[in-house]
Ligand binder design. Structure first.
Ligand SMILES: [Fe+2]
Length: 307
């Protein structure tokens, strides 16, 4: 029925917003903004109606959650970096119907997921920053998915991504894009050193690690990447423990995926962290490599597998 037409790993660093504003950072993130606009342009060209964002700034301590309110509008100030994002306005439509479908299918796949369509919860800036540039005209509906998962298995996040793809392909009448909104390595500069590291990566180790990972993505070496993801997330200080990446790669077929990443905004440093905008081609998949539901198994429940 439906289709996942585009998948991408994207940045959302607050300095992208500062880049718009008058001041010393003006213009400094134009490459990231141009990358967002290009991904938005491609989504339009592909007929995408809804963008689902795996947001590494939405912290959850139990289960997975989907914010699928009918409409979002407001002013946002970041509690993490209020001097970077303050009173940023946002507005876009939501998609309650698709949000409920995604949650239902994830639960069927053994990954407990709750859809919130009647909520006052507003999206975090992992969703708001890319949407500001991809969706300024409110063209796309937007769904935000929790991806700062504090006590979750990466395998469950991979399975969640796959379940969401199945929900769209089998039950949704429309076209969807998936965005994993999070960094590569994510070691913020030590307090007091942020200005010095505004455009740099925290350490040569992390920068080298990120470059090697990008090479794997560009070569389509997902078997190696999936195997190293838990260790990369830990040693690379992964943003949201890299659950956004597990969800995206899960949706693409996990270790069976062989697509080659296309870098839209080249790798850049931001306050010590490693950032990129990259598109991953969506290819036909069997689902054979999708991990079993780990939390359910750990809890002693029968994992229900349809993959
Ligand atoms: Fe972030």
């Amino acid at each position: 029925m439906g289709k996942v037409a585009l998948a991408a790993k994207v940045s959302h660093v607050p300095s992208i917003y500062l880049s718009e504003l008058d001041g010393p950072r003006k213009g400094s993130r134009q490459a990231a903004i141009d990358g967002f606009k290009e991904i938005g342009r491609r989504c339009r060209e592909l007929g995408v109606d809804t963008i689902v964002v795996f947001d590494t700034h939405w912290l959850v301590n139990a289960s997975y959650h989907i914010n699928c309110a009918a409409h979002f509008k407001g002013l946002y100030t970041s509690n993490e970096l209020p001097h970077f994002i303050s009173n940023m306005d946002f507005e876009f439509p939501g998609n309650p119907q698709l949000g409920r479908l995604l949650a239902e299918e994830a639960c069927d796949f053994g990954v407990e997921t709750l859809a919130h369509d009647a909520t006052t919860l507003q999206p975090e800036y992992g969703t708001l920053v890319p949407m500001r540039y991809m969706n300024a005209d409110l063209h796309f509906k937007v769904i935000s998915v929790s991806a700062l998962c504090t006590v979750h298995y990466l395998n469950d996040s991979a399975r969640l991504g796959w379940a969401m793809r199945q929900a769209i392909e089998q039950h949704y009448d429309g076209t969807v894009a998936f965005l994993a909104s999070g960094s590569l390595s994510h070691r913020f500069a030590q307090n007091g050193l942020a200005p010095e590291f505004a455009q740099k990566i925290w350490s040569p180790f992390l920068e080298t690690l990120d470059h090697r990972v990008i090479e794997m993505w560009q070569a389509g070496d997902w078997a190696t990447f999936c195997e190293m993801l838990p260790e990369y997330a830990a040693k690379g200080h992964g943003e949201g423990f890299m659950h956004d990446t597990a969800m995206l790669v899960g949706a693409l077929g996990w270790s069976e995926y062989a697509g080659r990443a296309e870098v839209v905004t080249p790798y850049f440093g931001a306050s010590g962290t490693g950032q990129i905008n990259a598109v991953f081609p969506v290819t036909a998949q069997t689902g054979r490599a999708i991990p079993a539901a780990q939390a359910s198994a750990a809890a002693g429940y029968q994992a229900y597998s349809r993959a």
